[in-house]
Design a protein around this ligand. Structure first.
Ligand code: 4AD
Ligand code: MG
Length: 430
């Protein structure tokens, strides 16, 4: 019977056939150990010379790395492997013999691996990262679908900027100018006025000349937007959502976390509520930690975020940033109009900002004033201003960067490994 590696636990003692690739192998004169993968998982196939025909044993010994095959054998339990099962091979059928697979079990440098990303995805570590990415996406939909949100898809080709004009990718749209979306937020605000609570999940683009371990040119963002919710309500949604995602990964990706050697005790602590610190207090904390140069009004860089996060073992909200260093749409705090009703959520263990969010300006005149201050032409945003003209309500939302979240949960140093085909400053291949 044909099955997959993920299903072998249902067939202990039975003979099964699996379509697979040869990830690695070891052999001696009498026995061969085949490390097999089929996309659903990894399993060891044991070929004993005395128990198979000559042809099968010869094939097991000669088969090259990444050759594809049908393998038939009996499933047995194997307490020594973390996976728990093994295949006692009866016969092998070669589908295609691979030639000189470039990624060998030895170490390769990151540029070499990125040049071979289309093949690198097959390796155990990359497989585990992508499976966890998938579980984060699955549990995201689960969370928002069970909390009354409607998924709405904002456009990717847009006529104006959502976050600031310096990071836009420009393209022609017939006779007009168009830009690739940096954020779906403005459209999600329109959607929130139509559906109450909404969320989006899609690619976003930033023409940033940043070459850090946290920056991609193309990344995926989850952007919820909620009518009748203020700054405090917004933070509560975020901490519940992030906790749900972490707990889902812990529950459903045990083998993957193990393959990555992730210290899960750090993740187990991630339960709402999360601590909050104001920007002003964060500046004080940084000064105490020896950042003498930082002054009120400065934006935080990676070292600052890491230093703040070190004081907590959960993600921490930094709230009430100066209005001047944040986006035009953020609502000023009525009690102190120099700061915004906003928060960045900083992940523990040095992974940096994973969420940016805020309560939005709902007053038409104030929004127009902010447009003038930011020198944004009102024409392109006419529709956005109209949202403040017809039954404007308090509303809030946020954007979670998927790749930074994957990096944190999987314990991956650089975001380039957290997306199937990374787009980096110097990389558009493969
Ligand atoms: O803080 P950002 O720029 O916020 C927005 O775009 C808002 N409009 C979101 C909203 O309120 N709906 O981006 C949100 C998150 C960041 O916290 C970070 O996790 C991620 O997106 N991010 C990036 N991830 C990878 N590479 C980049 N270049 C990123 N820029 C932002
Ligand atoms: Mg931000």
């Amino acid at each position: 019977m044909k099955t997959t590696i993920s299903q072998v636990h249902k067939h202990v003692g039975e003979e099964v056939t699996i379509g697979a690739w040869l990830a690695n192998k070891r052999s001696s004169g009498k026995i061969a150990f085949l490390q097999l993968r089929d996309g659903t998982g990894f399993i060891q196939g044991v070929v004993v010379k005395a128990e198979v025909d000559e042809e099968t044993f010869a094939l097991a010994k000669s088969m090259t790395q990444e050759s594809s095959l049908y393998v038939t054998g009996t499933v047995s339990e194997d307490s020594r492997s973390p996976f728990g099962y093994e295949l006692q091979v009866k016969s092998l059928e070669l589908i295609h013999e691979a030639v000189d697979y470039p990624i060998t079990p030895k170490e390769h440098g990151p540029e070499f691996l990125l040049d071979h990303r289309h093949l690198w995805l097959r390796s155990k570590r990359q497989h585990a990262i992508m499976k966890i990415r998938n579980e984060i996406i699955r549990s995201t939909y689960e969370f928002f679908n069970t909390h009354g949100y409607t998924k709405i898809d904002p456009p990717i080709l847009t006529g104006s900027s959502a976050e600031g004009t310096t990071e836009l990718f420009h393209t022609k749209y017939f006779e007009e100018d168009a830009y690739l979306s940096q954020s779906g937020q403005l459209y999600m605000e329109a959607a929130a006025m139509a559906f109450g609570k909404v969320f989006s999940f899609g690619p976003t683009f930033r023409a940033e000349k940043s070459k850090t371990r946290r920056h991609l040119i193309e990344f995926w963002m989850i952007e919820p937007e909620m009518a009748f919710m203020d700054h405090e309500d917004n933070l509560e949604v975020q901490e519940q959502y992030v906790s749900h995602v972490i707990q889902s990964v812990l529950e459903n990706c045990k083998l993957e976390l193990q393959a990555l050697e992730r210290d899960t005790t750090q993740l187990e602590k991630i339960q709402a509520p999360f601590p909050r610190i104001t920007y002003g207090d964060a500046i004080k904390l940084l000064k105490e930690k020896g950042f003498d140069d930082i002054e009120w009004g400065d934006d935080f860089g990676a070292p600052h975020e890491t230093a703040i996060a070190e004081s907590y073992d959960k993600p921490v909200f930094i709230t009430h940033f100066p209005l001047d260093i944040k986006a035009f749409y953020m609502k000023p705090d009525p009690e102190n109009p120099d700061v915004a009703l906003c928060a960045d959520l900083i992940a523990p263990e040095g992974y940096g900002e994973i969420i940016g969010g805020s309560q939005r300006i709902d007053d038409l005149d104030l929004m127009k004033q902010r447009y003038a201050e930011h020198e944004l032409g009102e024409d392109a945003y006419k529709w956005y201003l109209e949202l403040r003209q017809y039954g404007s309500v308090p509303h809030s939302g946020f954007g979670l960067g998927l790749e930074r979240t994957v990096a944190w949960i999987t314990g991956t140093e650089h975001v380039r490994e957290t997306i199937p085909f990374p787009r980096l400053l110097n990389r558009l291949y493969p």
